[in-house]
Ligand binder design. Structure first.
Ligand code: FAD
Length: 335
């Protein structure tokens, strides 16, 4: 029996859990994937790693600014570059000086591991059902007969994924709010190149107004040591929409790389390629509130980047807002 069960160990869920644990609640996080961080995740490769989702941190709000300072002080992140590049068909390659981009040399998932310190996290636990018995929430899992029981639940997952779990019992107001939220998709590809392949010298390149590509990054330039060159490619939302349900993503990745090689012919000579799909990559229609209250009256709250924003800053703020709401409801019960 827990005070709070949090579904989803992305940044919003981890921050919410840390706040509540530090306030003295017994908290458990359930995560369907094998790793922490949600969209802040890193793929381990033979002698290196590559960031599959969020590629870098940009302090673009109060919380991310403070968070980057904290992560810097713990040697988790460091400056990657303050020089970005942009490519557009009509002007070609342009250099843009700006705020530094921060990366984790050990992979961006190091940020999630830092947030998860001292938390009870159950990995590979996909929540498939949520029921109320005797004023407590009972959470059911895929391929498991065990349950988790908690006084309060926070759903720290994208709205469309949350909707299917609560459709049978939530109030119409809550269902309407969740149905309003929309996301755009993204397909990302990690490509490895043989040593000594001549490659572009830029680190972070935004591709503007392109139907196929949105961003390319030199991922191996984030790491120390002599690893093989690795580039990461993010598709445009339009491209992802077309291919998101394609079973075998390998040919889709090749299409992405073919487009990249049209712009930068050196990028054609990769010797290994792996792709990921992000069905819910970026919120395009968000809710105004930082946290969605779905009390039945048993405490049930929703948080995530789609509550009050569209990015990591809003995911963090939303996780904090959900923790504050839970604390207000549960404090009288805390012995
Ligand atoms: C390719 C890419 C690039 C990005 N670049 C940037 C950027 O430059 N700047 C920026 O600010 N943001 C960026 N983002 C967005 C940023 O990563 C997100 O805003 C943020 O990480 C969202 O965190 P979250 O906790 O709201 O959700 P998520 O990270 O989606 O976490 C939700 C978690 O819930 C889990 N889950 C879902 N359903 C269940 C279930 N039924 N049971 C158990 N677990 C479940 C998921 O596996 C996931 O781990 C990027 C995202 C992607 C994909």
């Amino acid at each position: 029996m827990f005070d709070v069960a949090i579904v989803g160990a992305g940044i919003s869920g981890l921050i919410c859990a840390q706040q509540l644990r530090q306030a003295g609640y017994r908290v458990v996080l359930m995560e369907k994937s094998r790793g922490l961080g949600g969209r802040v995740t890193t793929r381990r490769l033979q002698d290196t790693c590559a960031d599959r989702g969020l590629s870098y941190l940009t302090p673009n709000g109060e919380l991310t600014t403070r968070f980057v300072e904290l992560l810097k002080s713990q040697d988790i992140v460091t400056v990657w570059t303050d020089t970005r590049h942009e490519f557009k068909a009509d002007f070609g390659l342009k250099t843009v000086k700006g705020e530094p981009l921060y990366i984790a040399p050990n992979g961006m998932s190091a940020i999630a591991r830092f947030l998860a310190k001292d938390l009870e996290v159950q990995l590979s636990r996909r929540v498939v059902g949520l029921n109320l018995f005797n004023d407590c929430w009972h959470l059911q899992f895929e391929s498991s007969n065990t349950e988790v029981i908690a006084k309060a639940v926070v759903m720290a997952i994208p709205a469309p994924q949350a909707l299917v779990l609560i459709e049978s019992f939530a109030a119409p107001r809550v269902l309407d709010s969740l149905r309003k939220v929309e996301f755009s998709a993204c397909i990302s590809a990690i490509a490895r190149y043989p040593t000594n392949t001549p490659l572009p010298s830029w680190r972070s390149l935004t591709v503007l107004d392109d139907d196929t590509l949105a961003w390319i990054g030199n991922d191996s330039s984030k790491r120390l040591g002599n690893t093989l060159p690795i580039f990461v490619f993010h598709s445009s939302a339009k491209f992802a929409q077309t291919y998101i349900d394609t079973e075998d993503l390998q040919p889709v990745g090749q299409l992405l790389l073919a487009k990249a090689a049209k712009l930068f012919p050196e990028l054609a000579n990769f010797d290994w390629l792996q792709c990921d799909r992000w069905r819910y990559a970026f919120p395009t229609v968000s809710l105004a509130d930082h946290c969605l209250d779905a009390r039945t009256p048993q405490p049930l709250f929703f948080c995530g980047d789609w509550c009050g924003g569209i990015n990591l800053e809003s995911a963090m703020r939303s996780g904090l807002a959900a923790a504050e709401q839970i604390n207000q409801v549960l404090q009288p019960t805390l012995s």
